[in-house]
Design a protein around this ligand. Structure first.
Ligand code: AQP
Length: 333
């Protein structure tokens, strides 16, 4: 099996979108040193994070990954800033990637919003560091949500240009793994926007820490239209909110949207939402409870992360040292 790498930012509590689009798919990929999962705190600060909260958000994110089924003994689970190889290679990639390439990144445009001049330079070069996160391990399988596809294409462009510029075949080609029927979960308030942990509106998302009452309230308030649930896929066209809720129920129930429409077609949203609430609460409550239990012993979570960082560095350090040698840096010793 190819080496797997994926990351998640501690920029808030993980959402249902992070869970269905990413975390849940990581669990069956655990394969010792061949599977690396990283809490990417250096990416998180591309947008200002409260320094008093970042460390605990990082630990909380790690606890939620463990609660979702990642076992620190069966994969390498660690924090990005604990392994300096990422930024060492990230700098080299800043010098490989072209401005024109970064200018095309739609996530930068979305995140920077109207006032691009005020965005951090980190936010702009974020995809270069993401390429380094993956390529520092020569990882080739990257399970991510659909929104990251463009960044992985850029990572391949960077790898190819590095190989070309230095006349080597050093960095491998990355294969994105876009998994799951709900590869892109949308906001509960606006079916055209993705669900995000940093969305200013808490009502726009389900957090993995939400209790049953909060989940019920958010789903009941979720935006819908006036039509009933259709009984075939074509009936979801131009109905982004309906499509999103059907997609969520399908993903959480491990089935296809077609099957959900067959069962639920003709129902009004009131009745449909109750089915959705029950499925979400059944699925997410044990995760929230396990996360709470883990966070009662923060020292144990930190110790697992420190062990993970040592294992990650043992893989990345020789690869990045070789990249630095290829570039022509004088070896440090
Ligand atoms: N709405 C989503 N649907 C499906 N997958 C999603 N992912 C994120 N949102 C959705 C996937 O989650 C993984 C981790 O993402 P991230 O934390 O690195 O950054 P992000 O994509 O920017 O996620 P958020 O929740 O939107 O964070 P903020 O608000 O901080 O920007 C990725 O694999 C991503 O595809």
């Amino acid at each position: 099996m190819a080496r797997v790498f994926s990351g998640i930012q501690p920029s808030g509590v993980p959402t249902l979108g992070n869970y269905l689009g990413a975390i849940r798919n990581w669990v069956p990929m655990q394969n010792g040193d061949e599977s690396l999962f990283c809490v990417v705190d250096q990416h998180a600060i591309t947008v200002f994070q409260n320094p008093g909260e970042l460390a605990s958000a990082t630990r909380e994110m790690a606890a939620s990954l463990i609660a979702c089924g990642l076992d620190p003994d069966r994969c390498v689970l660690f924090v990005q800033s604990h392994v300096p190889a990422h930024v060492r290679l990230g700098w080299i990639f800043n010098c490989i990637a072209r401005l024109g390439w970064l200018n095309r990144m739609t996530q930068f445009k979305d995140k920077a919003g109207k006032d691009r001049e005020a965005a951090s330079t980190g936010l702009y070069v974020y995809p270069n560091l993401m390429a380094a996160d993956i390529l520092a391990y020569h990882a080739t399988s990257v399970p991510v949500g659909d929104d990251q596809r463009q960044h992985l294409e850029l990572a391949n462009d960077i790898a190819q240009k590095f190989n070309h510029d230095y006349g080597v075949e050093f960095f491998p080609r990355i294969e994105p793994m876009i998994l799951g029927v709900a590869a892109r979960v949308m906001s509960l308030r606006d079916g055209s926007k993705k669900m995000s942990k940093s969305d200013p509106s808490d009502q726009s998302r389900i957090n993995l820490t939400d209790d049953a009452d909060t989940i019920a309230l958010k789903i009941r308030r979720a935006k819908t239209d006036a039509e009933p649930i259709p009984d075939h896929m074509a009936g979801l066209e131009a109905r982004p909110e309906a499509r999103n809720l059907v997609g969520i129920l399908a993903a959480i129930s491990g089935t296809l949207p077609e099957n959900i429409l067959r069962e639920q077609g003709g129902k009004g949203f009131g009745a449909f939402k109750e089915v959705l609430v029950e499925a979400l609460v059944d699925h997410l409550s044990p995760i929230a409870a396990e996360m709470k239990r883990l966070l009662n012993d923060p020292g144990a979570v930190d110790a697992a992360l420190h062990k993970g960082a040592a294992r990650a560095a043992a893989i990345a350090d020789p690869i990045v040292a070789e990249a630095e040698r290829l570039v022509g840096f004088l070896p440090p010793r």
